[in-house]
Design a binder for this molecule. Sequence first.
Ligand SMILES: NC(=O)c1ccc[n+]([C@@H]2O[C@H](COP(=O)([O-])OP(=O)(O)OC[C@H]3O[C@@H](n4cnc5c(N)ncnc54)[C@H](OP(=O)(O)O)[C@@H]3O)[C@@H](O)[C@H]2O)c1
Length: 277
Amino acid sequence: MTTTTTTSTTTARPAPAAPHRPVALVTGGTSGIGLAVVRDLAARGHRVFLCARTAQDVKRTVEELRAEGLDVAGAAADVRSREAVAELVAATVAEWDAPVSVLVNNAGRSGGGPTAGISDELWYDVIDTNLNSVFLLTREVLVRGGLGGAPWGRIINIASTAGKQGVLLGAPYSASKHAVVGFTKALGKELAPAGITVNAVCPGYVETPMAQRVRAGYAAAWDTTAEDVQEQFEAKIPLGRYATPQEVAAMVGYLTTDLAASVTAQALNVCGGLGNF
Ligand SMILES: NC(=O)c1ccc[n+]([C@@H]2O[C@H](COP(=O)([O-])OP(=O)(O)OC[C@H]3O[C@@H](n4cnc5c(N)ncnc54)[C@H](OP(=O)(O)O)[C@@H]3O)[C@@H](O)[C@H]2O)c1
């Protein structure tokens, strides 16, 4: 009796490598987390294009970062506007005559209050700024920014632990960030075969100008001081303190590396233990 033995060997497909000095587009790059992300990616050798609505902040930020020796450019753009998003992506491609390989959707706003008192204007603006912009930017970068069809790419959406758990008096914000996490998980599955990873980074409390505005908002709602609100918030964080923008940027930076090729369709917390899943 003859037996035929078939041996099957599985060879891991090598992950595609990042292009030399990838072009990254970071929204909301003039302040807080976005600014730290721009610095981190530029220090890693990325060519970074940033945007924000306030033209003078964009100009100042670009000048400061160039003075640090970083290869950075930028333009004023409102991520709520489809036309502005199209111009922004075209300007990014034109700046270095190269496709966009990394998109960091960071621009966002806080917003909430007792839900019965939330105006249509506030609700739609939070959703436009935090959620619809993520779709508009992603589609534009895929279709006209050169990411669609590229062998390697990274999309990183700055969501929030508020995208995993409800935030008191923050229904629009929490809804927008939950939706960003959902978008990320779906798109991550879609683009994984193409070598493009899609992840959400979920900060907890991070010390930025937005954090200061949020504390002021709660202080007014609770008839107390911003310092008292800060103490209450810090008491909820197992680590006992706010995260720094640099700690969030470090996670974003890691996700852009080749070694992060297997991390996709995830929502990763940077929150001192505040969020648990
Ligand atoms: N800080 C926190 O505790 C915390 C926690 C979890 C998640 N996050 C998220 O992290 C991201 C950054 O927050 P941050 O604390 O760094 O905020 P930030 O200091 O207020 O900075 C926000 C940046 O986004 C820009 N921006 C806002 N609306 C924009 C728009 N419509 N179009 C283009 N740019 C816009 C701002 O510039 P202009 O105003 O000039 O446009 C600024 O550059 C947000 O998505 C936020 O939800 C923050």
